[in-house]
Design a protein around this ligand. Structure first.
Ligand code: CP
Length: 306
């Protein structure tokens, strides 16, 4: 493998990352945690957020500033000339004159890939519709490695909105490279879409689809709970039907024991009880915190400073 395969590259989909590349990035994250330098002085990150975000936008902002760089951008498309009818393509062509690297979050699937085609600067996907959220996956894997000591051969149950949850789509793809065994727990209307199921079949990843969390064996290593993605539903009645389908509480997870790692990309609504914050396996605030070092590493790698 080349020394820095990410130099000048985009980070759009976990489909673009093989096992060795993921391992190399996670190793670099470990180095960054120990040894932080102002590697990005004089560089500017444009945070182009066409959809709401707390963690992704703020942690990219913090990551760039902690490495000595600066940030520009917006958190609301309505405050930009998109609201006057400007195209995404033109917005990216204009923004490239103001920065060295861009992060884009957008409601349309494929928008990050389109942005990457519009500019020669590195583009990082901060979430494109229901499709992909690659930096969330890298921070999830980093958190799993820190907590469980491994990312190979994990037994992991995904619970909730597997149809629209982009964090699930990115993470499932990557876990399939590391010999995971999966349980896919969702209401029938929110099952994992066919193209991601095809990936699992192609990689011969053992997986079981169920509707009821009670069908998941007690020896799983990880429960990865997700919010029902209200903003993706065309029909509000359909959302109401599934809104409260899963409510994971201390009683729900008792049978899994204290060795369970409990994950959630956040934000949470009603699917994950706040009392679970006290569970020894609760990882969500660590996931959010680890987002900074993972994003520092990615920014430094794509800008050739690592
Ligand atoms: N996990 C995540 O992407 O959170 P935000 O939507 O707040 O960025």
């Amino acid at each position: 493998m080349k020394k820095n395969p990410l130099l000048g590259h985009d980070v759009i989909s976990m489909r673009d990352f093989g096992r060795d590349e993921i391992r190399a990035i996670l190793d670099r994250c470990k180095d960054f945690e120990k040894n932080k330098k102002p590697l990005l002085q004089g560089k500017v990150l444009a945070n182009l957020f066409f959809e709401p975000s707390t963690r992704t936008r703020l942690s990219f902002d913090a990551a760039m500033k902690r490495l000595g760089g600066q940030t520009i951008g917006f958190a609301d498309a309505l405050s930009t000339s998109i609201s006057k009818g400007e195209s995404l393509w033109d917005t990216i062509r204009v923004a490239e004159g103001y920065c060295d690297v861009m992060v884009i979050r957008h409601p349309a699937e494929g928008s990050a890939r389109l942005a990457a085609e519009a500019t020669k600067l590195p583009v990082i996907n901060g979430g494109d519709g229901s499709n992909q959220h690659p930096t969330q996956t890298l921070l999830d894997l980093y958190t799993l490695q820190k907590r469980t000591g491994r990312i190979e051969g994990l037994k992991i149950a995904f619970v909730g909105d597997l149809k629209y949850g982009r964090t699930v789509h990115s993470l499932i793809r990557s876990l399939s490279l590391f010999g995971a065994e999966l349980w896919l727990v969702s209401p029938p209307s929110l099952k994992l879409p066919a193209d991601f199921m095809d990936d699992l079949a192609e990689s011969r990843t053992k997986h079981t689809e169920v509707d009821d969390l009670a069908a998941v064996p007690a020896d799983v290593d990880v429960l990865y709970v997700t919010r029902i993605q209200k903003e993706r539903f065309a029909d509000p009645i359909e959302y109401e039907r599934v809104r409260a389908h899963y409510q994971v509480t201390p009683a729900t997870v008792e049978r899994f024991g204290d060795r369970l790692t409990l994950m959630h990309p956040l934000p949470r609504v009603s699917e994950l009880h706040a009392a679970l914050d006290a569970h020894p396996g609760a990882a969500w605030f660590d996931q959010a915190r680890n987002g900074v070092v993972v994003r520092e590493t990615l920014l430094a790698l794509v800008l050739g400073a690592a």
